[in-house]
Write a protein that binds this ligand. Sequence first.
Ligand code: SF4
Length: 404
Amino acid sequence: MTVVDVQTTRLLAGGIQGDHVALAPHRAIHGDLRPMTQAALAAAAANVHLLGRGGAAFPVATKLAAVEAGPRVEVVVNGSESEPASRKDRTLMTLVPHLVVDGALLVARALRTSRVTIAVHDRAAYASLAVALDERRRAEPHRESVDVRLQPGRFVGGEVRAVLNGLDGRAPVPPGRRTLPTIRGLHGSPTFASNVETFAQLALLGSLGPQAFASVGDPLERGTTLLTLVGAVPAPGVVEVPTGVSIDALLGPGDGPVLIGGYHGRWVSDAHGLRVTRPLLRDARVPLNAGVIARLPTSGCALAEVSAVTTWLAGQSAGQCGPCLFGTNAVARDVAELLAGRTAPQVKARLEGLIRRGACAHPDGTAAFVASALASMSEEIAAHGNGRGCGRPYLGVLPLGGAR
Ligand code: SF4
């Protein structure tokens, strides 16, 4: 695991050398966990404009305030990180598990519940959390029951409602109903569920207080954020950067196509002027999602990378919504046709047919990935038009496969 200290280290403090931070050094860095009320925690999150760090970037304060506090409430840390290119959440759970647990306990205490579940797909992260909880049981007994569950993983299985289904013993796929987990979630109880990094950020917010937390970062979204940088970049791996940093600065010099937001993100032909601030990127219609930023090397075939990921995405459909199952497969075949130098006259219509046609964001995200690739790679597509390909090999820069 490569962890690169690019600019500011707060979440990953102590873990930069790749070591698991044990409880004593964790307490030396972050201090003791100080309980906060639901109102105080929500106010602090609102003060720094904290947004969820999974994909939807939902305001954390709004979600916190929406839960009716009490002993039935479930707190669920979504550690599924099922996108193959992302490494940030497993890095947090593996290197600084106590920060994640502090965040979960802070939320549980604010919501006056003792029920905490951490859902994990990655075995190293699971092992690190288990060691951390064992350490706490001996050094800092707490009344909360923290259950770490190793769940089978697939791409759509990382969607929060799919995670809740899996924890409840059902198939880990998104349900057809769009009921908010804050109303009816795990075991049918009101549930505060969020991404691992969100909980780590809340722990940091509780430890630093809003003023110190907001001492770095963009006014629209204070603090730092974790990114996974992939491909032809100066420092591939997980980085912690202040929000607002220029994407050009992270990418360094180079010309290859740039993907922002991972496999439900967007390809851009020019990242100039874009900054790592979720509200700004959302307004530019380039969502940061779980924080994957990739640049392909010019020595490889970009269209082959897009085709491989599109085929993989089609295989990730949970198969319960017809437009998703058939549409994503048809789009994958269209991209393969373009790669082979043939035409795909139906591709635009098929992409439009995926929009808002599923029970989850998978068809929309797949459509956005492919549509932005086609829009920003016209030269690559033209280079394949003679049927002999572009002459560059498929390098497999964008990883495929499920969670480990
Ligand atoms: S849209 Fe696709 S991935 Fe999402 S629930 Fe339906 S079939 Fe499954």
